[in-house]
Design a protein around this ligand. Structure first.
Ligand code: SF4
Length: 640
């Protein structure tokens, strides 16, 4: 690694970066951020930095990390960004750091399990022509791939059921006892991580690892590092909540039964007793999960006592069934190696179920979710700040948190309180774009209140009007599926442009179609509010229906609101408004992705101009040109 380089020198107007990169433009904000990261690593002081779009923040943290010569983990919000760093930025940086050892690690489900592939060749686990043809592709690829990462296989559907039977998820893994251990892709990826200076992961993997270490410090996959840099750090609270929480689901029981049956068949320890036990656990599980609310979606669950009074027998039966099953598996003579992880899973499932029903920690919110056929019992920490402070910030590696959307009205108070980051240097680097000339923010001030009866009709008319001015080329983003569908129904027939609707096909294919199709319009919800990047004229207008407040009846939001109120805080201003301001900034951030992009942002929610709290939103957004007159939208597009 080249130690002669300094951060200042690297980014200098006539420095190595400028020499190697013909389009390099010196950006004072990028250098400022890079120097702050350098200082954080050297002084071991946490840093929180908001870097507006176009700052070049990726290089602003990667370069100082590499120059420091220390081992650094970079954690991203999405696998997409993870791949972009590894396949685009790292090869470029190798020009300056030829000895750089970098790798990326994903969750186990992304890697193939060699043992499962070999087993599948011998015993029939695949069903249907699609699975058999996917298997042939995977089998052939397994012989040549060096990483075992499924992202390498073009043409394998995201939903491939064959892959789900052959991936390296831990449930059936026998670890060091596996005959393939030495050449296992997961082992190799870990080894590579241990030998690397720069390890690129995603937040899910990072927090899964942190949570697992708490149970068993030797079970972690990530090596010790001097620093962790979190990109897209505005997602940390959500992801940490998932991994520090607890889930018991009907699908987990079904998968477990299926895996035990398949292994028993393969390893020849089937018996009538085992069959009966598995049937019994299946029936008890069905009965038990039927006792929870039937409506689709998320609902609160505070009534453990009344539930047990009414359905105590169903609970006792499933628990008892799992205990008998665990005892039976332990008694199987000449137990094959594959049995150990199954036995462990039965015990863990029983333990989690008991913890969910009887543990009832005050610091968790308990809730139930129905998705399709599945029922999920969830326990989520109401506040992750204490957990993060203790397990990450207090004596772990130094952390750098960065995102284009972390500050609210110029302050990091919200992010710091939610994450438990008490002492950190703060920096806001404004965007490199000239928003005043590139962008107009239009608020449809004349529309009825979003909560009123006439809103949908009036908003739909306004959408048509805006799309005619922009000649399509727009994302129309909604805060709920229902609103999206209703508005789409009203608007579709009125437009002469191609209209795409979220949910009609996979997100990636919708975006590709949008990019390819002139004057296209996409109707979508929250999953398109972030991480989607369409540069150029093709996206010239982003319309958002409402200020994106989290649904107040959502059990986790409700519990957080209650908790803030109980400590004397103001949940609306301390939690709901900042959360919505960050989400709005993300959504609007889709529009201007380069110095040459131009376009209109339209908000169909006049609470931003009529309510006092609206100012917080304005103070959080970049310095867009602003208007409430549709004529300004018209003349903006006339001048494009
Ligand atoms: S060690 Fe585990 S994941 Fe790796 S090949 Fe063996 S069973 Fe599969």
């Amino acid at each position: 690694m080249s130690r002669a380089l300094t951060v200042k020198g690297f980014f200098a107007r006539r420095g190595p970066l400028a020499a190697a990169h013909p389009q390099y433009e010196f950006r004072a904000g990028q250098l400022e951020m890079a120097l702050a990261v350098e200082e954080a690593l050297a002084e071991r002081r946490h840093l929180i930095v908001e870097a507006g779009t176009g700052t070049g923040k990726t290089l602003a943290y990667l370069a100082p990390a590499l120059i420091s010569g220390k081992r650094v983990i970079v954690s991203t919000g999405t696998k997409n960004l993870q791949e972009q760093l590894f396949f685009k930025d790292i090869p470029f940086l190798r020009t300056f750091f030829p000895e750089l050892k970098a790798c990326y690690l994903k969750g186990r489900a992304n890697y193939a399990c060699r043992q499962k592939i070999y087993d599948a060749e011998r015993e029939p686990v695949l069903s249907g022509l699609d699975e058999v043809s996917d298997f042939q592709i995977i089998r052939e690829w397994e012989q040549t791939t060096e990483t075992g990462d499924r992202a390498e296989i073009d043409g394998l559907a995201a939903s491939s059921t064959a892959w789900a039977k052959l991936d390296a998820r831990g449930e059936l893994c026998t670890g060091q006892k596996c005959a393939q251990w030495e050449r296992c892709f997961v082992t190799l990826a870990r080894q590579q991580a241990w030998e690397s200076d720069l390890i690129i992961v995603n937040h899910h993997l990072f927090f899964a690892d942190l949570a697992v270490r708490e149970q068993d410090p030797a079970a972690g996959v990530l090596p010790e590092a001097s620093a962790v840099i979190f990109d897209e750090a505005h997602e940390l609270e959500d992801v940490a909540s998932q991994y520090f929480g607890l889930t018991v689901s009907s699908g987990q029981v079904e998968d477990l039964i299926r895996d035990i049956r398949a292994t028993a068949r393969r390893k020849e320890f089937q018996s009538t007793d085992l069959d009966h036990l598995l049937d019994m656990v299946g029936l008890h599980a069905e009965r038990f999960f039927r006792c929870f609310p039937a409506q689709e979606g998320r609902s609160g669950f505070a009534g453990h006592d009344s539930f047990l009074a009414e359905h105590g027998e169903a609970y006792a039966s499933i628990l008892n069934g799992l205990e008998l099953l665990a005892a039976h598996l332990q008694l199987v003579r000449q137990a094959p190696e594959e049995l150990a992880p199954l036995h462990r899973r039965v015990e863990e499932l029983g333990g989690r179920l008991r913890e969910w029903m009887e543990g009832r920690s005050e610091s968790n919110v308990y809730w139930v979710e129905r998705r399709g056929r599945g029922c999920y019992l969830q326990a989520t920490p109401i506040d992750v700040s204490g957990l993060l402070r203790e397990r990450l910030f207090n004596d772990g590696p130094v952390t750098v948190m960065t995102s284009a959307t972390l500050a609210v009205a110029g302050s990091f108070e919200y992010a710091r309180v939610r994450l438990g980051l008490e002492t950190a240097r703060e920096l806001i680097v404004p965007s490199h774009f000239d928003y005043q000339s590139q962008c107009l923010l239009y608020v449809a001030h004349h529309l009825p209140d979003v909560r009123g009866a006439g809103y949908l009709e009036a908003a739909s008319r306004e959408i048509v009007r805006l799309l005619r001015h922009s000649r399509g080329r727009a994302f129309v983003l909604f805060t709920s599926y229902q609103q999206m569908r209703q508005a789409h129904e009203r608007v579709e027939g009125e437009l002469d442009y191609p209209v795409l609707l979220q949910g009609t096909r996979p997100a990636r294919s919708l975006i590709e179609e949008f990019r390819r199709t002139p004057h296209c319009v996409l109707f979508a919800t929250s999953s398109f509010w972030q991480g989607v990047d369409v540069q150029g004229d093709q996206l010239s207008c982003v319309i958002i229906d409402k200020l994106p407040f989290a649904v107040p009846s959502d059990p986790v939001v409700e519990a957080r609101v209650r908790a803030i109120r109980s400590t004397g805080g103001n949940p609306f201003y301390d939690y709901q408004v900042p959360q919505a301001a960050i989400a709005l900034k993300q959504g609007f951030g889709r529009l201007i992705r380069s110095r040459t992009d131009r376009g209109v942002l339209a908000l169909l929610d006049n609470r931003i101009t009529r309510q006092r709290y609206g100012q917080v939103f304005f103070d959080s957004l970049p310095d867009y040109r602003f208007s409430t007159e549709i004529e300004d939208v018209e003349s903006f597009f006339d001048n494009v």
